[in-house]
Write a protein of this length. Structure first.
Length: 510
């Protein structure tokens, strides 16, 4: 008689399921940038003031970032497939509401609802991959595809947003989500088979839900407000103080309750903690760059929205290549830190090239190679990061572990946009002040030179942030390469730290 320790047979429909999970992830990532290009047109059509236009972005970011941990826990409790399908249906309905919005209130409300259902959808999608792909080589391929979409989808959103806005109208940047969601939900319903025994049926930690949601909302809103009102604004400071108090109280609460919303074992492990921190920092640099390059290409170079979107294609190609051809192929051969560390450094070199931007810079000789390096580096680093972030956790915790990945990305995006844009604005103002004489003779030239100077000043900060992300990945992450036959997330049979089992070959006892 023989027994096999916690080995699950692979799901025969896992690759078909990956297609629908990837489609849903693409929709969520697209939505983070597709609306940006349509925003000026929506603002004009609905009469939204300059002071209120930020709420089209902020309403989504607050709901999405604030409810991600709750969404991850709901996925563990309800089941990931059910949460995934509900999230898709809700996202489609919210998108339809945004597409038919007749005033700013309807538009802001639809964006908040998109954020709510996105917070259900995103962690459920990633945790489904974590529990369905148990073979290390297959897992590497699956997360390579997922990582490429997570990294490059934002740039695809710029292309699609530019095309829809220019060829049709801004409302189609909302309507386009509906076919994505319907196809993904139908496919998920018929194809996905969630492994049995992977739910966490413990009672819901209501204090944890309230504290985490309020704390994350305060943090995201603090950075978002800082971009428009300044870092010394009383409400901005108050949001940061409130966030610190709420999140500290949340941590203390989670350490004491019986069934915590976020088991501290998920984040205190040095490997997962290193992934969350380094990934969040990398996203800070990336989101700032998307903003600067979009403005540089459209305002300075005079590109149309569609041409601007296509100008980001080299970055997408680099990310896909880095994720699927470098990260996925090497993940089972070398430790994650040896992919993440060099990956972030490669991206930093690409970012370093962009510090040389000038008004007359050539796209072919400067922006193109910089984007390729950025894409290759980020794609190579994202792939093992996505996989390691959910490796080694018990199946019942995979939803909340996945939510932490999305939380680090969402908070990183909010910080990146606000922090780097503020740095760029300050540098541009200082340049304009010191070159006031030029403004008297050619004010338009001074405006463009100040803008570009501000961009390059902020990009220097992004270079430094990526170097720090690389150092954190190399220092904190010490997991070895996964075994080609490893399984993940055994039910409670892992070591105390909850990580090492993923790097061991399952034992067959006789």
């Amino acid at each position: 008689m023989s027994k096999t320790a916690d080995i699950r047979l692979p799901d025969p429909s896992r690759w078909r399921a990956l297609a629908f999970i990837a489609l849903a992830q693409l929709m969520v990532v697209l939505d983070s940038t597709i609306v940006n290009i349509a925003l000026p047109h929506a603002q004009t059509a609905l009469g939204i003031s300059d002071a209120n236009k930020q709420w089209v972005i902020t309403a989504y970011a607050l709901a999405f970032g604030g409810l991600l941990l709750f969404g991850g826990r709901i996925a563990d409790l309800w089941g990931r497939k059910r949460t995934f399908v509900v999230g898709l249906i809700g996202f489609a309905l919210a998108s339809a509401l945004g597409g038919v919005a007749q005033n700013q209130g309807m538009l802001f409300g639809s964006r908040a609802l998109q954020g709510v259902f996105g917070a259900l959808l995103a962690p459920a999608a990633l945790s489904l991959l974590a529990v369905m792909f148990t073979d290390a080589k297959e897992r590497a391929k699956a997360f390579g595809i997922y990582g490429a979409i997570a990294g490059g989808g934002g740039a695809v959103g710029l292309i699609l947003g530019g095309f829809l806005t220019q060829a049709l109208n801004w409302r189609w940047t909302f309507f386009v989500n509906i076919p994505f969601a319907v196809v993904a939900a139908a496919g998920a319903y018929f194809v996905i088979r969630e492994p049995a025994g992977s739910r966490n049926r413990s009672s819901l930690d209501i204090p944890g839900v309230v504290l985490s949601a309020l704390g994350l909302v305060s943090l995201v809103y603090g950075f978002t407000r800082a971009e428009s009102a300044g870092w010394s604004d009383a409400l901005t400071i108050g949001m940061f103080v409130a966030s610190g108090v709420l999140l500290l109280t949340f941590v203390l609460t989670e350490a004491r309750v019986k069934s915590p919303l976020l088991p501290l074992r998920v984040v205190l492990d040095r490997n997962r903690g290193g992934v969350y921190l380094s990934l969040g920092l990398a996203i800070i640099a990336m989101f700032g760059l998307f903003l600067f390059l979009t403005y540089y290409l459209q305002v300075v170079k005079g590109y149309s929205p569609i041409r601007t979107g296509f100008a980001f294609l080299p970055m997408i190609a680099g990310m896909i290549t880095g994720s699927t051809q470098i990260g996925a192929r090497l993940m089972t051969r070398v430790p994650a830190r040896k992919l993440m560390g060099p990956g972030f450094l490669t991206a930093a070199v690409g970012m370093l090239l962009l510090t040389q931007l000038e008004i007359g810079s050539s796209y072919a000789t400067l922006i193109l190679p910089a984007q390729l390096l950025l894409g290759l580096g980020m794609g190579t680093a994202f792939m093992p990061a996505m996989s390691l972030a959910t490796h080694g956790v018990e199946p019942r915790d995979s939803g909340v572990a996945s939510a932490m990945v999305n939380t680090s990305q969402q908070v990183g995006g909010a910080i990146g946009t606000a922090l780097l844009n503020t740095i760029a604005a300050s540098a541009a103002t200082a340049y304009a002040t010191s070159h006031a004489a030029l403004g008297a003779t050619d004010p338009e030239l001074l405006k463009l030179q100040s803008m570009v100077h501000g961009f390059t000043g902020a990009i220097w900060w992004a270079v430094g942030i990526l170097v720090v992300a690389s150092a954190i990945a190399v220092t904190f992450i010490n997991a070895g390469r996964p075994s080609a036959t490893a399984v993940t997330g055994t039910s409670g049979s892992g070591d105390a730290d909850g990580v090492e089992d993923e790097f061991k070959v399952p034992v067959v006892a006789h």
